[in-house]
Design a binder for this molecule. Structure first.
Ligand code: IVH
Length: 681
């Protein structure tokens, strides 16, 4: 592992972060996600906190974003455009609220104003006597770029503020805003591009064979800094305001009032923004929008929470670049960076040998990640992931964490390439590839302890038999005590056996044995899924159960038969037949029978057509094919879409093609006409 000194590490981090920032801000190009860059910056901050002597004046931690670009007139802001500190969870939010309350006047009754944090770029619009005179980007917070001509192309930005007294709709005015039409009114907000419009633009570009834009924010940022306003006008931007500034701050007493006034003036302020009195209400709002954020027209990565009273807001002051009275509540980042401590090979229940990265623990999307799948040997080689590398890890939704890429620039030469073992690390059997050219190496030993363990765990898992109390650790304990070698053995375990294990006391042992016994007659789809046949997921298991009705039928099946089951392709069919042909699996099925495990026959409808299967060819006079299928199923029969060995009757309607008839002849299937068919119904 790395022998890098903190100073060397800090230097490398600075280089990479600067690279990221240069690409991002100057070239409007993204070399990694913002979350990954934040994660690197976090590591750098930590090193600098531990070793303050290492802080350099040019460290990215010491800098403010977005120095103004040459080409635009530079404008000094009337007051500094601040940024926000982030909080990432309830505790941090609570700590912020406590700090605020401590610094606020003692009679302050907590009241916060919350809005969605929009993912765009900040701009300040200046209106003089109600007329738009200037628009400036945030720049470094003190000085920004004059982008008035570009902002003027945004349809939703009024060139003259709306005067409620002359506007057609007088009713329902909420705030008295007439004074804002006199003198200087500054409106700050976010320039954004809606997701839908971004997608449409990219579709157009794809059609024209042009390179695609990375994301709406980059595109919005790139667009607003275009020197040619005609080009800007072709790209639909939006402006959503979050601040209203007057020379006399008392004219805007609260943030809630500011939003109402903005709307009266004809400016978009998010309608979902609202007040909260407690941090609990803030968390509720955050959770609600974390769920619903995909429905918003723009991207967001959190909320902005501010003290509602603007006088108190001002009194609380600024630390560094951020006001004390506001925070950004960020949703958990779905990417982060960390180090690969080691790479080992895990053997799955089907024998697949998967390289897995052991990581220095890191929080990704709200949970701590210590391992990430590397999929297979060629994936490790393709991405060139080495032991000791700093890597970007990501987790999207419930997906298992994965390594996106190594940060090659952070290498110090001590990283070691991963070498795929030739033999199973669990049982020593030589690893093989099922087919030449396949990416995945497998341990072919059906009795490999790792495979056994995972097979039993899979059998007991929630979507399979759902045996309570039979998690990973208990399965290992049963295996180590030699109580089980396969899932069928579970049913032979007694309470006395379990009691001998360290992990169990009287009650827990009894419970486990009962939980297993309770699953002696599992539902057929769950049981089929629980067998762990390659490629047979939950849905395929349901389809198979629906088609074959019993385990015995399924065990006898052929590739031919399987080709008639909706949704089952050749690869899956082969895997199923292979599984049931494997002698050890035959033994397992036998064993299940001996210990009294009998899956419930799949919701079999008993009726006059039970056990008979039908194919309908051509059109029937009395009913549609779908209706015929329904009738057959409702009477217990099976309705197949194509003729196979297992077909009993071919119903021949009018205008029949030849192929089904020929096949039926070949298999000696009985052919009946519509009249005969109706007779059977
Ligand atoms: S209020 C002191 N409200 O986030 C700054 N900002 O990290 C108070 N932003 O520079 C800003 N959506 O560009 C506020 N609903 C919202 C926002 C928002 C996005 C941006 C804004 C600001 C940055 C701070």
């Amino acid at each position: 592992m790395s022998e890098q000194s903190p100073s060397e590490r800090a230097e490398k981090l600075r280089e990479l972060i600067n690279d990221y920032r240069y690409n991002y801000h100057v070239l409007n190009k993204s070399i990694m996600s913002e979350a990954a860059a934040d994660s690197l910056k976090h590591e750098l901050t930590q090193i600098e906190e531990e070793h303050p002597e290492l802080i350099t004046p040019d460290s990215p931690t010491q800098r403010v974003a977005g120095a103004p670009l040459p080409g635009f007139k530079q404008i000094r802001h009337s007051s500094r455009m601040l940024s926000l500190n982030d909080v990432f969870n309830e505790q941090e939010l609570e700590a912020w609220a406590v700090r605020v309350a401590k610094l606020a006047p003692p009679n302050w009754i907590p009241e916060y104003f919350m809005d969605i944090k929009m993912d765009g770029l900040a701009a300040a619009l200046v209106y003089k006597d109600g007329v738009l005179t200037q628009a400036v980007t945030r720049g470094d917070g003190f000085v920004g770029e004059d982008v008035t001509a570009n902002i003027r192309t945004i349809e939703s930005v009024p060139l003259r503020l709306r005067d409620p007294h002359t506007a057609s709709n007088h009713e329902g005015e909420i705030a008295d805003v007439s004074k804002f039409l006199k003198g200087r009114t500054e409106i700050r907000g976010e320039v954004i591009m809606y997701k839908e419009q971004f997608a449409r633009l990219n579709q157009e570009r794809a059609k024209q064979g042009l390179p695609l834009f990375a994301n709406p924010r980059n595109l919005a940022a790139g667009t607003i800094r275009q020197l040619d306003p005609r080009l800007v006008a072709e790209r639909p931007l939006q402006f959503h305001a979050y601040d209203l500034i007057r020379d006399n701050p008392a004219e805007v007493p609260t943030n809630d009032f500011a939003y109402k006034a903005l709307r009266e003036l004809g400016i978009i302020a998010n309608p979902v923004a609202k007040l909260a009195r407690t941090t609990k209400e803030i968390i509720e709002f955050a959770n609600e929008w974390e769920e619903k954020r995909k429905d918003l027209p723009f991207n967001t990565d959190g909320l902005v929470v501010k003290v509602n009273d603007r006088h108190i807001f001002a009194v609380l002051g600024v630390v560094g670049k951020a006001p004390r009275a506001a925070v950004a509540y960020k949703y958990p980042a779905e990417q982060s960076t960390t180090r690969v401590k080691d790479i080992f090979v895990s053997i799955g229940r089907t024998g697949a040998a998967t390289p897995v990265a052991m990581l220095e623990p890191v929080v990704v999307a709200g949970s701590t990640v210590q391992m990430a799948t590397l999929h297979n040997e060629s994936e490790v080689q393709r991405k060139d992931i080495r032991i000791g590398d700093t890597v970007i890890v990501q987790k999207a939704g419930d997906i298992i964490p994965e390594v996106v890429e190594p940060l090659v620039k952070l290498r110090d030469g001590s990283e070691k390439p991963f070498i795929m073992p030739t033999h199973c690390p669990e049982c020593g059997t030589k690893l093989v590839k099922a087919k030449a050219g396949e990416a995945v190496w497998r341990c072919p030993n059906e009795q490999c302890p790792s495979r056994t363990w995972k097979r039993i765990q899979h059998f007991a898992s929630k979507p399979a038999l759902d045996i309570e109390g039979l998690g990973e650790k208990n399965v290992i304990a049963l295996l180590n005590a030699n109580l089980v070698k396969d899932p069928a053995d579970l049913y032979t375990i007694t309470k006395e056996d379990v009691l001998k294990l360290e992990r169990f006391a009287d009650i827990s042992a009894g419970k486990l044995v009962e939980a297993i016994a309770a699953k002696r007659h599992p539902e057929l789809p769950r049981f089929i899924y629980g067998l762990g046949i390659r490629h047979v997921g939950v849905q395929t298991a349901i389809d198979l159960a629906g088609h074959f009705h019993s385990l015995d039928n399924l065990a006898k099946t052929t590739i031919e038969d399987l080709s008639e089951v909706e949704g089952i392709g050749e690869v899956v069919a082969e895997a199923i037949v292979e599984w049931f042909e494997e002698p050890l699996n035959k033994l397992l099925i036998q064993k299940f029978k001996e210990v009294g495990v009998r899956p419930k026959e799949a919701e079999e409808i008993r009726g006059p057509l039970s056990g008979k299967s039908f194919v309908v060819t051509g059109s029937l006079e009395s009913m549609s094919r779908e209706a015929a299928g329904e009738r057959i199923r409702s009477l217990g029969g099976t309705f197949q879409s194509s003729v196979g060995k297992s077909t009993d009757f071919l119903v021949v309607g009018a205008n029949t093609g030849a192929s089904k008839l020929t096949k039926a002849d070949k298999f000696g299937i009985k052919q009946i006409n519509e009249q005969e068919f109706l007779g059977m119904l």
